[in-house]
Structures are given as structure tokens and as C-alpha cells.
Write a protein that binds this ligand. Structure first.
Ligand code: UD1
Ligand code: MG
Length: 453
């Protein structure tokens, strides 16, 4: 049994923000959610989050994804773990400690650390990394036989220790019994803090070995302290996501300007052009062309679609649909197979059924547009009377002339037609042509006036 403790009580002063550091967004999700997800994947239960500064906001945002412990005063990493005693002591065999501001750390790395602790007799396994710029990190001090003897914080290090390139990542897996037996013995240091790192020296003094797992890529363990770090992490996350997509068969013309959030699914042989943003719970099917200059948030897109320079939010698009340039799908838009939506169209809370076409400059809101209906240039559904929203319904194969105003609530039957410039305020029966303002059925022309030949 394993419990994971995530330290998140620090103030994050260098973010220069009123928002707690761990709630800043990376890839569209709060920083803290990455460590929570990685921890939950490993232990199968919500981790314990030690919160302090901005604790209420963090609690509210995270909800039941974590268990919370308060650290009212931030007296160091050792002190932070001490706060979890009443919740965790005696509950599990191992305790893994990690940070809320290391979002790129992968669950499989934590898994490796946990496995090492399970097969190791000593009380501590920890992650280290070798770097040419060890600034800020605690240094790993090894004895003549190369075993770890202590961790020295930069501010306490001698010049020789400062030259050490192996650093403490800050993530440890402990034998739980040993941890709870020794935690309170961490001395208060000159800075008035209890350092978790002091446990290493304490274990060594007892003749126990401390195992250090040296990570290949330090970038996985970068901590976010400033907005510069946040942007660096965003770039690394983007690279990770984009490479995984390309390796699964998606073409990205310019990965550096393709912004895809974690969890987005893109099908094989889809081609993504520059400056495309795919956010939220978005799925794009196979053989689509998306972008350039496109933003899609929480949409389901079918296969063989073409979407150019458009914004799509909370919408569903079936196969073989064309959108753009300059289309806007808003919440509740549903475009069935083969729909064509040309330039400057907006669709909100409406269904466009199979094969419907709206080529140019239209607003369709709160509508149900029948199969093969043609929406002429400049058609507008006047769906809002200032108080309520009303519905527009058309049947199949309706032909809506250019610049028609459909004043809802209104219904047009199958094969109905409106003349250019009509203002439709009353329902139109099937097969009927309406003209004018307000639109009326066109009177039958007497035979004598019909053009001959
Ligand atoms: C710590 C390690 C250092 C390591 C580095 C890696 C100690 C003494 N030092 O140093 O060896 O190289 O991390 O990043 O542990 N926190 C609390 N409560 C506290 C203090 C900190 O929750 O009272 C949290 C912070 O929010 C942060 C994490 O613990 O997420 C690390 O704290 P920080 O002050 O950044 O430690 P470092 O000085 O970087
Ligand atoms: Mg730090």
C-alpha cells in the first residue's frame, strides 16, 4: 500500500500573482492537477495535498481529487510532511513525497521510484539528476564508496559541494514505518526550518543505505517558480504532446505553432496546419484537414472534415463536413454529415441536417435545419425577442433565398422556398414560395400574365 503526499503550501512569490502558484494553467489545466493525476495513477487513491498559501482556493478547485492537510506556517519541507502524520501514519507501507509545481513529472517515473523502494532494504529511495546548471538545487553528497551520505542545500554548501553536479530532484519514496519514526527527529535548522532532506543523513548515520535513482532527463523534474518557467514547461509539454501525435500518424506542418492540450485525440492521417489550437475534451477523426488559424475547444469532429481559419466551441461535427474560412460554431451546434458551412457563418444551439449548405454570412441560432436545405447568403434567424429565445425549424430541401430573415418561432415545411430579402414571420407550408416583408405566399400568376415561350 502506498500513499502519496504532494507539497503545495509554498507561497510562489515569484509568480507575482494573486492566484496560488499551483492553480496557474499549463496545457489548460491547473499545475497541481498534473501531480494529482500522476499520483492517483500510481497509488489508486487521492493523494494528500499539503496546502498553505491560497489553500481555500486550491481546495475549491481540486475538490475530491485529493485529501487535504493544512500547513498554517511554512516551516520547511520536513515540517510539511509532519502535518500529514495524523492522516497517514500506520495506514500504508510506503509514502512517496512529491511537489505540486513539477507538472512534467510522469507517472511512470514515480512508478520506477516506488518499485525501487519496494525491492530495496533501505528506508529511502530518491530521484536525482545530473546537470551542468545545478543552481538552486540541493547537492547529493556521496562517500568514497559512492554511496549517498547526505543532501546539502545550496545555501549551506561548501565551495567543493557547490561544484557537485548531481542534484536532489526533491522526490522520495520512504518506508512508512521508518518515516513516521524519524520525521519528528528532524532538527530545526538555523534558518528556522525543518528540512526533509535531513532524513538522508539520519538514515546513513544509522548505517542504512539511501538509494538514489538518477533520472535521464532533468526536464521532467523542472519546478515552476516563475512565469518564465511556466512558459518553458508549456513548450516542453507541447513538444511531448505533438511528438506523440506525430508518432501516432498525425501530420503537423509546424509543431512549434500547434497548440494541443493533453487529452485531445486526433485520428490517423489528419493534417494540422500552423497556428491551430485544440483544447479541452476534443476529438478529431481521421483524414481531416484542420487550420491554419483554427481554435477548437471541447468538440467532437468526425473524419474527412476540412476546417479552415475557424473557431469551434462545444460543438459536434460529423464526417465530410467543410467549415470556413471564418466559421464560428458555438455551444450546441451539431453539423451532420456532408454539411458545408462557408465563410462568415455562425451556428449556435442548432442542428444542420445531412447535406445542408450555408455558404456565406449567416447566423443560425436555436434552429433545426432539414436535410439538403440551402441557406442563402446573409440569412439570419432572428431567434431572440429580447426576453426569450425561439426556435426556427425547416423541413427537407428548403431553399432560403439570400438575405432572408427568419423571425422565430417559425417553421418552414419540406421544399418551401423564400425569395431574396423576405422577412418570414409566419410558418410556411410545404412546397410554398413566400416573398416580401412580411413574407406571404406568392399569389398564383394568372395564365395570361405568364411569359410565353
Ligand atoms: C527543495 C529541496 C532541495 C531540492 C529542491 C528541488 C529541501 C530542504 N530542499 O528545495 O534539496 O533540490 O527542493 O526542487 O527540501 N513546501 C511546503 N511547505 C514548506 C516548504 C515547502 O509545502 O514549508 C513545498 C513548496 O510549495 C514546494 C516544495 O515544497 O512545492 C519545495 O519547496 P521549496 O521551498 O521550493 O524547496 P527548495 O528550496 O527548492
Ligand atoms: Mg523549489
Amino acid at each position: 500500500m502506498l500513499d502519496v503526499v504532494i507539497l503545495a503550501a509554498g507561497q510562489g512569490t515569484r509568480m507575482k500573482s494573486t492566484l496560488p502558484k499551483v492553480l496557474h494553467l499549463l496545457g489548460g489545466k491547473p499545475l497541481v492537477s498534473y501531480s494529482i493525476d500522476a499520483a492517483t495513477a500510481l497509488s489508486g487513491k487521492p493523494p494528500v495535498l499539503v496546502v498553505g498559501h491560497g489553500g481555500d482556493q486550491v481546495r475549491e478547485q481540486v475538490g475530491s481529487a485529493a485529501r487535504f492537510v493544512d500547513q498554517a506556517e511554512q516551516l520547511g519541507t520536513g515540517h510539511a510532511v509532519m502535518q500529514t502524520r495524523s492522516l497517514l501514519a500506520g495506514k500504508s507501507d510506503h509514502v512517496l513525497v512529491t511537489y505540486a509545481d513539477m507538472p512534467l513529472l510522469q507517472s511512470k517515473t514515480l512508478q520506477t521510484l516506488y518499485k525501487a523502494q519496494q525491492s530495496h532494504a533501505g528506508p529511502i529511495n530518491m530521484l536525482t539528476a545530473v546537470t551542468d546548471s545545478p543552481r538552486g538545487f540541493g547537492r547529493i553528497v556521496r562517500g568514497e564508496d559512492e554511496t549517498v551520505t547526505s543532501i546539502v542545500e545550496e545555501s549551506h554548501a561548501t565551495p567543493e559541494q557547490l561544484a557537485i553536479k548531481e542534484v536532489n530532484v526533491g522526490i522520495y519514496c520512504f518506508d512508512a514505518t521508518w518515516l513516521w519514526d524519524h520525521l519528528d527527529a528532524i532538527p530545526l535548522n538555523k534558518k528556522g526550518e525543518y528540512y526533509l532532506t535531513d532524513l538522508v543523513e539520519m538514515a546513513v548515520a544509522e548505517g542504512k543505505t539511501v538509494n538514489a535513482l538518477c533520472m535521464e532527463h532533468l526536464e521532467e523534474a523542472i519546478g515552476i517558480n516563475t512565469r518564465v518557467h511556466l512558459a518553458e514547461a508549456e513548450a516542453m509539454l507541447r513538444k511531448r504532446i505533438n511528438e506523440a501525435l506525430m508518432n501516432s500518424g498525425v501530420t503537423l506542418l509546424d509543431p512549434a505553432t500547434t497548440y494541443i492540450h493533453p487529452g485531445v485525440v486526433v485520428g490517423q492521417d489528419t493534417v494540422i496546419y500552423p497556428n491551430t489550437h485544440l483544447y479541452g475534451e476534443t476529438t478529431v477523426g481521421e483524414n481531416c484537414t484542420v487550420g491554419p488559424n483554427t481554435m477548437i475547444e471541447s468538440c467532437t469532429i468526425g473524419s474527412h472534415c476540412t476546417i479552415i481559419a475557424s473557431v469551434l466551441e462545444y460543438a459536434v461535427v460529423e464526417d465530410h463536413v467543410e467549415i470556413g474560412p471564418f466559421g464560428h460554431l458555438r455551444k450546441g451546434a451539431y453539423l451532420e454529415q456532408g454539411v458545408h458551412m462557408g465563410n462568415f457563418g455562425e451556428v449556435k444551439n442548432s442542428r444542420l441536417r445531412q447535406g445542408a449548405k450555408m455558404g456565406h454570412f449567416s447566423y443560425i441560432g436555436d434552429a433545426d435545419i432539414g436535410e439538403e436545405t440551402n441557406i442563402g447568403a446573409g440569412t439570419i434567424t432572428a431567434n431572440y425577442d429580447g426576453v426569450h429565445k425561439h426556435k426556427t425549424i425547416t423541413g427537407k430541401r428548403v431553399f432560403i433565398g439570400s438575405d432572408t430573415m427568419l423571425v422565430a418561432p417559425v417553421e418552414l415545411g419540406d421544399d418551401a422556398r423564400t425569395a431574396a430579402g423576405s422577412v418570414v414571420t409566419h410558418d410556411v407550408p410545404p412546397g410554398t414560395l413566400v416573398v416580401g416583408v412580411p413574407a406571404r405566399p406568392r399569389p398564383q400568376q394568372p395564365e395570361s400574365q405568364k411569359r410565353k415561350g
